[in-house]
Design a protein around this ligand. Structure first.
Ligand code: ZN
Length: 219
């Protein structure tokens, strides 16, 4: 899904385009073509957390092999209908945006589809974010800002960083209590072994770990 049609050429990012503006005026983060092509197959209700996480894990496993970014995927589901509202995968490599995490995509595409920034504002919808591990500190903040009321994850331990090499940032030690104090429920332990299998496969691949400050590497 294209958020904005304008994609500046790489040279214009550095040098500006004297024919238009000296600086970039928009950003572009879109789902990869392989995922866009299968979105029509994800319109059926997903009644259980296991069904939802199975979709997330399968998208995460494919995403890094397709070269879009890390082994991460997220979906937004409306608990009142069991329907998927949005689907996101990590697009850091394909977009060139460090913020292009799966949760950012799922949250933003849901907000774009629903036409509002507060995903907790509707009395008819009860939205949950299903993602294949505890969010990094950026997405942890994005979750709070989004208004989503439920987070569903396979786990929250150090396994993700250990197996993949990513730096997820300094999460608060009381991260779960901080969410719950804001009315955000946390469900964990959903298809944990399957999530670990994706990270193990990623760690054994020749994929780029895009940590910042020049510390990115090919593992
Ligand atoms: Zn993140």
């Amino acid at each position: 899904m294209r958020i904005h049609a304008h994609r500046p050429a790489a040279t214009s990012i550095l040098a500006g385009d004297p024919m238009t503006h000296p600086f970039s005026t928009s950003l572009n983060a879109e789902l990869p073509e392989w995922l866009v092509g299968e979105l029509d197959s994800h319109t059926a209700p997903l009644a259980t957390h296991e069904e939802r996480m199975a979709l997330v894990n399968s998208l995460a496993a494919r995403n890094f092999r397709e070269g879009n970014g890390g082994p991460f995927a997220a979906i937004m589901v409306d608990r009142s209908t069991n329907l998927v509202v949005s689907i996101g995968v990590n697009v850091v490599l394909s977009s060139g945006l460090s913020a292009g995490h799966a949760e950012f995509m799922a949250l933003s595409l849901a907000q774009t589809r629903l036409g509002r920034w507060d995903l907790g504002a509707s009395a008819e919808q009860d939205l949950e974010l299903v993602v294949n591990w505890r969010p990094c500190i950026m997405c942890y903040g994005s979750l709070i800002w989004s208004g989503v009321k439920h987070l569903v994850i396979p786990g929250d331990g150090p396994e993700l960083e250990q197996l993949t090499g990513f730096d997820e940032g300094p999460a608060p030690t009381d991260w779960r209590a901080e969410l719950e104090s804001r009315g955000i429920s946390v469900t964990t332990g959903i298809l944990r072994d399957e999530a670990i299998a994706v990270y193990t496969a990623y760690g054994e691949s020749n994929s780029i770990v895009y940590n910042a400050r020049g510390t990115g590497s090919r593992i």
